[in-house]
Write a protein that binds this ligand. Structure first.
Ligand code: C2E
Ligand code: CA
Ligand code: CA
Length: 906
């Protein structure tokens, strides 16, 4: 600002201010004239008295003479004498001038050109030479400033190549460089200058002492004469008066001297920078106070300085610079504040927006509420959760009452500084048809809000209620819990849950019976019929257990096909009866999809012997009993006895020993003859595998086939049986057949087609002589690829026989569509066939069916001649059973052909 002010000053832009300041100062510091110069005015009064203008020159001569007589030391005759008048008058004046010799000064001046071009040249206006000879020449030119006011007065002027001192210089006796000027101090009062009218002088009315020893300026003062200047303070000043005031200024040495502004501006700048850097610098009011002080000091100082020395301090410029600086500073400060306010508002708006978004879009339901229970904010999820359409304003109408109460309590507790249960709380409420379960927390917090009534901040407590729909989560948890305790497929308990219940039941009573149940050969069912049918069977099985005996309603599924039950009050007798009831009920056929299925049941029973029996021990005992039951043919149950454990161990041993049984040459085949009933001739034999275990002795296939199927050894065993049977049959009479049992698991796990080809090629047996026996359960699933396999197998030459027909998953419907040659009716149908029971009818219908389909029918398990007769009477093609021959070593079988089998049998 100082720099700007200095620059403006330099180019004169601040002259107006400086002039105004100067005028103000001159007006306020008044001076009296010294009195050494007297103004003899050609005023109106004089003009009126004389009557003509211009005056005849002898009148001027009179004035000069009169003044000189009164003792005037110098006379400035400020009259235009540049032209001649009548020569008499001129001569009189010349004489008067000459007489007074050197007292009179005459004016010379340059006149600026007029508006017209021919007058443009400056003209020098000098008194005529005759007047000049006896007088001094003084310049009376003054140059007004641009605003038309005269402020400066020259020391002298170059007129006609001569340095002519100015009137004021000459009158005051103070001379300076001619071409320079000084400032007139208009603080000099006009009325302190002695002034007399010319007419008074001529009529002798001026006392001599007023003139003696003084300089006199004679000149026009009348308005009519037009010699006037515009000046500061006084306004209009006549020419002579201007000369007098200028002379008085010089004489008194009070010409105002304007000091250059820049050093002061620089000083202010230094002070301002210092102040800004000081610790108070940041405080606007301090700085502005300082500036005001500086301004006042410069104003007062300027006044005092001017009064004392006529030096003019550029106070106006300094004050201007300070004022503008202050204004700029204030403006900046205001601007800064405005920005700060804007910034704060923007930040809070943004924050609010972000929070609002967070609340609105939160996956949780959020309701913000104040202490009065008015809802302030609510998330979209909350609207959905609590089904709010409009603009609910009350929490109590928005959320379930229990929740609203909890929120209210939490806020009250918070305000009182009490500890409140932070939750999460859980509650369920009805929403339309559904029950919704939510988990929620209430978080109170303290906010400050501008008070409406007072100029202060109110403490406000708000509660943020965050709720989450946990309906699904809880359902899931319940499901998981259920899954952890119950079998998903059948809904039965799992082992852990069963044990837990048994344990707690054992605590309250004695006399428990624990049952372990097994579906006989379920693995096979599952593998052949497909999982779906297997699953259906398991479900149906469990359902039936539950319906069988109310005391045994709680079923546990221990493993794939093993189940457990317990009864809290049962002795050995009742447990046995219960077991029988279970077996009877569970072996009834099951309806699965389109077919009806039967399944064998094995049952193990453990009875609580003393109060020390644990749940675990009882269950293990029941399972051991079950293991034992499984080793017996047919449906059966076993009570646990101590030896059972040994049998269990035996089973594990057998399973392991299987793998080395073939290398160790422990496996061998026996053959059971098959008879054509019409004619009673041996047509072939069924190969049945036997295992001579070095430790356990003879092991039944009923025991180890299942083990082999379970551990996969069946593949290797199956291949071995096929090859051995084919090779053995080579020793039999031509046309006899050998029937080989192929486990469904072989079909599933290995390439039976390849195995059969291999066996036939290795032995060289006529493929027509090989019969492959497969259990009927294989077909129920009706998998097209299985049918394909069987067809390819049959196209190799062997016949296909359906084994154990009617024992399990009987459905006659599919028989026609399968690539079969022979049906082997299960031996259970032989039970009461001799007495002409229901089974005879079944055999009869099966006979009709197979005849219809062009299939050979063979009946198994024929033990008596009666049975054979009934069967033969029905027209069954073939028979197999102990009656005709037990499974026998190869040599014995071959020997048969030497004797007459038919005769033996009959
Ligand atoms: P299966 O195929 O039904 O074999 C017939 C079973 O009935 C044989 O028992 C046989 O000894 C028995 N049996 C024969 N006639 C009579 C009779 O008049 N009355 C009674 N009560 N039973 C009779 P085995 O040899 O113990 O075989 C049991 C099962 O083991 C067989 O039943 C068969 O499914 C399986 N099996 C035997 N050898 C093999 C084999 O080499 N491979 C495969 N995969 N399974 C075999
Ligand atoms: Ca068989
Ligand atoms: Ca059979």
């Amino acid at each position: 600002m100082a720099l700007v002010a200095a620059t403006l000053d330099h180019v004169g832009a601040l002259d107006g201010a400086k002039n105004a300041e100067s005028e103000h100062r001159m007006a306020s510091v008044q001076h009296d004239a010294s009195g050494g110069i007297v103004f003899l005015a050609i005023d109106k009064k004089s003009l009126d008295a004389i009557g003509v203008w211009p005056w005849p020159r002898e009148l001027h001569a009179q004035v000069v003479t009169a003044l000189a007589d009164l003792g005037a030391t110098e006379i400035l005759l400020d009259i235009d004498l540049s032209t001649a008048s009548d020569s008499r008058s001129d001569t009189i004046l010349v004489d008067a001038l000459q007489k007074q010799g050197g007292v009179v000064m005459l004016p010379a001046f340059k006149q600026a050109g007029g508006v017209h071009a021919e007058e443009a040249a400056e003209t020098t206006n000098l008194p005529l030479a005759m007047f000049r000879t006896h007088s001094w020449l003084v310049s009376v030119n003054v140059t007004p400033d641009a605003d038309g006011r005269v402020r400066r007065y020259p020391f002298g002027q170059l007129i006609a190549d001569e340095d002519v001192p100015s009137a004021a210089s000459t009158l005051s006796g103070v001379f300076g460089t001619p071409s320079t000027s000084f400032e007139v101090n208009f603080g000099l009062r006009q009325d302190s200058v002695s002034r007399y009218s010319v007419v008074d002088l001529l009529e002798g009315r001026i006392p001599p002492e007023k003139i003696a020893g003084r300089s006199v300026v004679v000149g026009a003062h009348a308005i009519e004469l037009g010699d006037r200047f515009s000046v500061p303070v006084h306004g209009i000043l006549s020419g002579p008066m201007l000369h007098i005031l200028a002379a008085e200024t010089l004489a008194a040495g009070i010409a105002p001297v304007r000091l250059a502004a820049w050093p002061f501006l620089a000083l202010i700048a230094v002070i301002a920078v210092g102040a800004a850097l000081s610790p108070l610098g940041g405080r606007l009011r301090w700085l502005i106070g300082l500036y005001a002080l500086l301004a006042a000091a410069s104003e007062a100082g300027g006044h005092v300085l001017f009064a004392r020395t006529a030096l003019e301090l550029p106070s106006a410029i300094m004050i201007l610079a300070l004022a503008v600086t202050s204004l700029v500073m204030m403006a900046r400060e205001l601007d800064l504040r405005w920005w700060l306010v804007r910034l704060a508002t923007t930040q809070s708006t943004n924050m609010h927006r972000v929070l609002r978004r967070i609340i609105t879009d939160s996956s949780d339901a959020i309701v913000v509420v104040d202490e009065k229970g008015t809802v302030i904010e609510m998330s979209r999820r909350a609207r959905e959760l609590f089904e709010i359409d409009g603009q609910e304003r009350r929490l109590a109408e928005t959320v379930p009452p229990e929740m609203a109460a909890q929120a209210q309590a939490a806020m009250v507790a918070f305000r009182n500084g009490d500890v409140e249960d932070p939750g999460p709380h859980e509650l369920a409420f009805r929403r339309g048809e559904d029950t919704v379960r939510i988990e929620y927390t209430v978080t109170p917090s303290r906010l400050q809000r501008a008070s409406r009534t007072q100029h202060a901040l109110d403490d406000v407590v708000v509660g943020c209620v965050t709720a989450r729909d946990v309906t699904l989560t809880r359902a899931q948890e319940a499901r998981l819990d259920h899954m952890a305790r119950f079998d998903e497929l059948t809904g039965a308990m799992n082992r852990a849950e069963f044990l837990a219940r048994l344990r707690s039941s054992l605590e309250t009573g004695t006399g428990h019976a624990v049952f372990a149940l097994n579906l006989h050969r379920f693995k096979t069912v599952n593998a052949t019929l497909g999982r779906q049918v297997g699953d259906d069977l398991l479900r149906a099985f469990v359902k039936r257990i539950e319906l069988t005996d109310p005391h045994l309603a709680e079923v546990a599924r221990l493993g794939g096909d093993t189940f457990a039950l317990f009864c809290a009050e049962a002795d050995r007798l009742t447990a046995g009866l219960m077991g029988e009831g279970l077996i009877t009920s569970l072996s009834q056929p099951y309806r699965l999809g389109g077919s009806s299925a039967r399944t064998g049941i094995r049952l193990g029973i453990a009875i609580q012997a003393d109060a020390g029996d644990t749940a675990e021990r009882l269950l293990v005992q029941a399972e051991l009993a079950l293991d034992e039951a499984r080793q017996t043919a047919g449906d059966g149950s076993r009570f646990f006895d101590a030896q059972s454990s040994e049998r269990h161990a035996r089973l594990r041993n057998l399973e392991r020993a299987l793998w080395s049984s073939i290398q160790n040459d422990e496996m061998f085949l026996v053959y059971q003859p098959q008879i054509r009933l019409a004619g009673m001739t041996v047509i072939g034999a069924e190969a049945l595998v036997r295992w001579r275990h070095p430790e356990f002795g003879m092991v039944s296939p009923g025991e180890f086939i299942e083990l082999a199927e379970g551990n996969g050894f069946i593949e290797e065993l199956g291949r071995w049986v096929l090859e051995r049977a084919c090779r053995d049959a080579l020793r039999w009479p031509a046309g006899t057949t050998v029937a080989v049992n192929v486990s469904p698991l072989q079909f599933q796990r290995s390439d039976v087609e390849h195995d059969v080809t291999q066996a036939l090629e290795a032995s060289g047996l006529d493929p027509q002589r090989l019969h492959v026996e497969i259990t009927e359960s294989m077909f129920v699933s009706g998998a097209p690829e299985l049918i394909g396999t069987l067809e390819r197998l049959r196209s190799l030459g062997p016949s296909l026989a359906l084994d154990d027909f009617g024992s399990g998953f009987a459905s006659f419907g599919y028989l026609s569509s399968l690539p079969l040659d022979k049906i082997k009716l299960d031996r259970m149908f032989m039970q009461d066939v001799a007495e002409g029971g229901a089974n005879a009818a079944i055999v009869r219908s099966v006979r009709m069916l197979t005849a219809e389909l062009g299939l050979t029918l063979i009946c198994e398990g024929i033990e008596t001649a009666d049975e054979r007769d009934v069967i033969r009477a029905i027209g069954v093609d073939q028979g197999q059973g102990y009656l005709f021959g037990k499974p026998m070593p190869q040599d014995d079988f071959v020997a048969l052909f030497a004797t007459d089998v038919t005769r033996d049998a009959s």
